[in-house]
Design a protein around this ligand. Structure first.
Ligand SMILES: Cc1cc2nc3c(=O)[nH]c(=O)nc-3n(C[C@H](O)[C@H](O)[C@H](O)COP(=O)(O)O)c2cc1C
Length: 197
């Protein structure tokens, strides 16, 4: 599939039909997504894959009972066929930028970073992964890290890492509850491109 077509087609899907994702295929896909750019080649992003059997454990860690009972999306999301937890290791970046060829940056101290590149790298990998999932004929939604991140990290056994997001993967069953975000009026894409010169 053409890259442009992939970009057009990829949309968040939040209700799945419980088809399991093949773990070997998913691990290979995740490794491919790590072809994404990495600041200083720090390579500090990690991907944890959870197969269909572990999806209930993921939801137990990532959500609470109230959400599971009240959210109109809970059942559809819980039918995803696998989860990828995307994390990054800030220490890899401070160590890399302390190496002789980068030491002049002063970024060996975490407090000096104006923009945490570990999150940037994680976003690059996540976008590559979303496109690869689309190309593979699967669907996905991205959950940001805004609640119970510590529990998710504990579940996957990540140490000294920061949670970036979780990608829920499956085959869409067509029962999505539309995101309120999509109803927002946003400036047209072309208007968000400003030619300076
Ligand atoms: C950093 C980030 C965090 C997001 N967090 C969530 C989330 O927690 N739950 C969710 O359903 N969608 C989440 N989304 C998906 C956005 O809502 C979605 O990308 C946006 O509404 C545009 O829709 P589209 O991706 O289908 O084009 C997140 C997206 C990004 C980039």
């Amino acid at each position: 599939m053409e890259l442009r077509e992939l970009l057009q087609r990829r949309r968040m899907v939040r209700s799945f039909d419980a088809t399991p994702v093949d773990p070997e295929w998913l691990d290979a896909l995740c490794a491919e997504s790590l072809l994404a750019p990495s600041a200083g080649n720090s390579a500090g992003v990690r991907l944890y894959t959870l197969s269909r059997a572990l999806v209930p454990d993921f939801f137990n860690a990532a959500t609470d009972e109230t959400w599971r009972q009240r959210s109109r999306r809970a059942a559809g999301l819980a039918r995803c066929g696998a989860v990828v937890v995307v994390t990054s290791r800030p220490g890899d970046y401070t160590a890399r930028y302390g190496e002789p060829d980068k030491a002049s940056s002063g970024l060996d101290d975490i407090a000096s970073w104006p923009l945490p590149y570990w999150h940037t790298d994680a976003a690059m990998v996540t976008m590559a992964l979303l496109l690869l999932i689309e190309e593979g004929g699967w669907h996905a939604t991205l959950w940001g890290n805004f609640r119970r991140g510590g529990d998710v990290l504990t579940l996957v056994g990540a140490r000294d890492e920061e949670l970036f997001c979780s990608v829920l993967i499956g085959r869409g069953d067509g029962h999505d509850v539309p995101s309120t975000s999509l109803a927002r009026k946003v400036p047209p894409r072309r208007d968000r491109v400003r030619r300076v010169g």
